[in-house]
Ligand binder design. Structure first.
Ligand code: IMP
Ligand code: MG
Length: 191
């Protein structure tokens, strides 16, 4: 049984297939590997949403010859309050990084950017810890409702102006393990 079978009947349409997501991650990996060629890199995934993209991106970078001299992977966990389908920007740190970021070349890895407040919070927090460099990578960009002018260095795919799930993104903690990115049927929200 596939994850898509598990969620059958709840998905309106697939926005990006598993293969399209994999290709986007390959493209991100090539750009990041080139920019950090010969340098140590710390990939900092933002849980829970960026769990999958951080895993796949870190391995895609490892397959590239002439990439970073070394790659560390760490995670932090934040939760942002708001309505069910829109974050408020009130970000709470649930788990900080395991290792210090001071003096490191850090790339924040996020699942999606919407209003931008989560990434703005993380950039300010981590930037204040004096990393050698700080960049941001988001797999999906929803550029329609930005509330802050936050800089994103690496963008994978531009998603439509919908609430989306899959590939790490959840609705009430479900759908994260869906391998594709999908739009839910409206009746799912109505429950
Ligand atoms: P922002 O603070 O509005 O930029 O949103 C960032 C966070 O909100 C992401 O890391 C996600 O966890 C969550 N988020 C934003 N849009 C979506 C969506 O369409 N589906 C699921 N989660 C989302
Ligand atoms: Mg997230």
């Amino acid at each position: 049984m596939k994850a898509t079978d598990t969620y059958e009947g709840t998905i309106e349409r697939t926005l990006f297939s598993e293969a399209e997501i994999a290709q986007a991650i390959e493209r991100l990996a090539m750009r990041i590997a080139a920019d950090y060629r010969g340098k140590p890199l710390l990939l900092l995934g933002v849980l829970k949403g960026a769990l999958y993209v951080t895993v796949d991106l870190s391995r895609a970078i490892a397959r590239i010859v002439d990439g970073p001299s070394e790659v560390c992977v760490d995670y932090l966990c934040v939760s942002s309050y708001g309505s069910a389908t829109r974050s408020s920007g009130e970000v709470r740190m649930l788990k900080d990084t395991t290792h210090p970021v001071t003096g490191r070349n850090v790339v924040i890895v996020e699942d999606i950017i919407d209003n931008g407040l989560t990434l703005e919070y993380l950039q300010a927090l981590l930037g204040g810890r004096n990393p050698a460099s700080l960049a941001s990578c988001v797999l999906f960009d929803k550029p329609y409702h930005r509330r802050v002018d936050v800089e994103v260095d690496y963008v994978g795919l531009v998603a439509p102006d919908e609430f989306v799930v899959g590939y790490g993104l959840d609705y009430q903690e479900l759908f994260r393990n869906l391998p594709s990115l999908a739009q839910l049927r409206s009746r799912v929200f109505a429950q």
